[in-house]
Write a protein that binds this ligand. Structure first.
Ligand SMILES: [Zn+2]
Length: 320
């Protein structure tokens, strides 16, 4: 009997050890599962918090882009981030199309009478830019005075400083075309070169501002649209441009900043002399890199026209 019972006791002891071992394993598995669940919960909470932070940041960004506050739902949850972005995109498109030049018959007629008006108006125009140093100063001064100007840009400068051109466009200035190279011998070799340089520059403008449907419809001939060595080619080019829906404009007053020899006081004196009693002034200035004096004189130029009771216009007031 004793011999027979001994194996039973041993078996029971073995079973008892086996049960304890199994229970310990189960407890370890249980604790592991519990820790895993806690970890997943923590991660979810963190993602949710990040989404809330992103939501707030997105709302702030959209607000700075002048989107209507009523359209944006800043207090809502993550789902509205998508809606807010859509709203911002739509608002951007509206902004783009709202400042698209349009050459209507009325605009053509207004262009023909650009130098006459029954009220005092002035178009501030800048040629030969954009430049790295001078153009941003000019943009700052225009912004401080809430004056919109017109920039007759060179394609080769636009390719160098597309971001400065984009700033001109974004700040509501009219981007017009001054050709690509400014090399008289090549642009005036024949009338088709004028059109080619116009098209090449428009292409650079479109890429810089990110608006592939932009067409300035407005050209300023380097050196002016008439007279000089290339008078015949210019005359033929005017007709060719008009056939292609492109108007041109020269100027009716200037500071003579191109000559590079005047102080800012003399620039204002030149301005005053060339403006005279004109009601409608298209003022020629330059924002090339060597025209620091133009930037220095600009506040005085603006003050001069304000004091004389002129209204500041740009070519969006014509091409609309
Ligand atoms: Zn020029």
């Amino acid at each position: 009997m004793i011999d027979l019972m001994l194996p039973d006791i041993k078996r029971k002891k073995l079973n008892y050890k086996h049960i304890i071992f199994t229970v310990i394993i189960l407890i370890i598995i249980g604790i592991s599962i519990f820790l895993c669940i806690q970890s997943v919960k923590r991660n979810n909470t963190q993602i949710a918090m990040e989404n809330v932070v992103n939501n707030n940041l997105n709302t702030q960004n959209i607000n700075t882009e002048n989107v209507n506050q009523e359209e944006v739902k800043p207090n809502d949850n993550v789902i509205y981030i998508i809606d807010d972005k859509k709203i911002a995109k739509i608002a951007n498109n509206v902004l783009m199309t709202s400042i698209q030049p349009r050459l209507t018959n009325a605009a053509k007629e207004k262009m023909k009478h650009i130098y006459s008006s029954d009220y005092k108006r002035v178009f501030l125009t800048f040629d030969d830019g954009p430049s790295k140093n001078v153009t941003p100063q000019i943009l700052d001064i225009l912004k401080q005075n809430n004056v919109k100007a017109t920039f007759f840009v060179l394609g080769n400068r636009v390719d160098l400083y597309p971001n400065i051109l984009k700033r001109e466009y974004d700040e509501g200035h009219y981007i017009a075309n001054h050709g690509y190279s400014h090399q008289y011998s090549s642009i005036y070799a024949n009338p088709y070169n004028v059109l080619d340089e116009f098209n090449k520059t428009e292409y650079s403008i479109r890429n810089a501002i990110g608006n592939q449907s932009y067409n300035s419809h407005l050209f300023r001939f380097p050196g002016g649209a008439s007279g000089g060595k290339y008078a015949t080619v210019k005359k033929e080019a005017i007709a060719l441009l008009e056939q292609n829906g492109i108007m041109h404009v020269d100027w009716s007053a200037l500071t003579k900043d191109a000559e590079g020899k005047f102080t800012k006081e003399q620039l204002i004196q030149n301005l005053s002399e060339t403006v005279g009693n004109k009601q409608s002034v298209v003022l020629l200035m330059h924002d090339a890199g060597d025209k620091q004096t133009t930037a220095d004189a600009l506040q005085d130029v603006i003050n001069y026209f304000r004091d004389q009771g002129y209204v500041f216009e740009n070519f969006y007031d014509i091409m609309k």
